[in-house]
Design a protein around this ligand. Sequence first.
Ligand SMILES: Nc1ncnc2c1ncn2[C@@H]1O[C@H](COP(=O)(O)OP(=O)(O)O)[C@@H](O)[C@H]1O
Ligand SMILES: C[C@@](O)(CCOP(=O)(O)O)CC(=O)O
Ligand SMILES: [Mg+2]
Length: 385
Amino acid sequence: MEVTARAPGKIILAGEHAVVHGYTAVASSIDLYTVFSIRLRSEDDDTVKLKLNDIGLDFSWSVRRIKEVLSHLGSPFSSTPTSCSLETIKSLATLVDEQSFPETKIGLASGVYAFLWLYTSILGFKPATVTVSSELPVGAGLGSSAAYCVSLSAALLALSDSVKLDVSQKGWSTFNESEAELVNKWAFEGEKIIHGKPSGVDNSVSTFGNVIKFKSGVMTRVNSNMPLRMLITNTKVGRDTKALVANVSARKSRHPDAMCSVLNAIEAISDEWSTIIQSHAVDDLYLSANEEKLGELMEMNQGLLLSIGVSHASIENVLQTSMKYKLASKLTGAGGGGCVLTLLPTHISGEVIGKLVEELGSFGFQSFTAGIGGKGVQISFDHSS
Ligand SMILES: Nc1ncnc2c1ncn2[C@@H]1O[C@H](COP(=O)(O)OP(=O)(O)O)[C@@H](O)[C@H]1O
Ligand SMILES: C[C@@](O)(CCOP(=O)(O)O)CC(=O)O
Ligand SMILES: [Mg+2]
């Protein structure tokens, strides 16, 4: 039997970075998925194979070697989500180094550590072939790391004794609330390995889907009543969430009062976002007034993100280009490159959007739209082999 789990990426509508420091963010899932498939191998086949299709890397460890390197942990099984210690990360790095990880892709190694931690903690030392592929750009602000950790945790838990799923179901099925909570907690432990200090907003929205408000580890569902359309532009400038989050923390310790004011202002923007999208548009006039307000909030949020040091020349380029078409934009995710959101109000014509996309394309950027606010993590079972 093969288990497949898929988890969506996300856009942060307001409040990235501030949310790491306990201030509110509003985020939504998007209909681009990361998919993990796990096929258990027979017990006498001593290998765990990992195929990372998007980054073109394959790994193969013998179960015996994994056991040997992690022997200090005793039994790896844990029914409750557990953090990976620094000592264990070092051991996991040994396992990865032994497979001669290419120097040029070393920034991706933490995803493999997260895999090994979640795998051994949830499933123990079972031989298997594991494959991942994603529709999300990796490291571009659309929450690929969270979608990776959520879909991996979901597939592993589906094979463990911790959750009891109906494996005879056909097609995609969802987890119940407490199972989803367990998936979310394990995924957060994986995000910690990749990000250092994640807020938890990305793994929560990837697990539960839809639109959420998130503050100090607590998620609230937001009933969006607005038809939101965003153009997502990938500047293709690479960046690393862990480094950007650490830079903001360093700026906060250098200028605590100024940063506190900025982060409070971001929180006010997030709160207003959630109020506006929950309101029912009584007519077109009301809708376009609300769209205008959201555009202004995006401009203000972007200005504050610039002030905390996470914008980038490529992001500013997207902002200026979209401004020519009187459209508001902001970065999404950690910034420093990656993706930018441009609000597409209902009145905007397809022709104008086409022109904007073409102009952005002339800089080498790639623009696309995605469905906003769909389902969270899902699972499916294939009995054909
Ligand atoms: N499909 C994938 N295959 C391999 N690694 C992945 C994949 N998706 C995410 N990752 C891991 O997540 C990291 C990117 O996470 P991050 O810097 O938080 O950016 P984002 O979450 O915005 O895409 C990568 O360096 C890699 O370790
Ligand atoms: C910057 C931050 O708010 C969002 C990071 O999102 P991403 O990894 O860039 O998709 C960090 C966090 O909330 O954990
Ligand atoms: Mg991430």
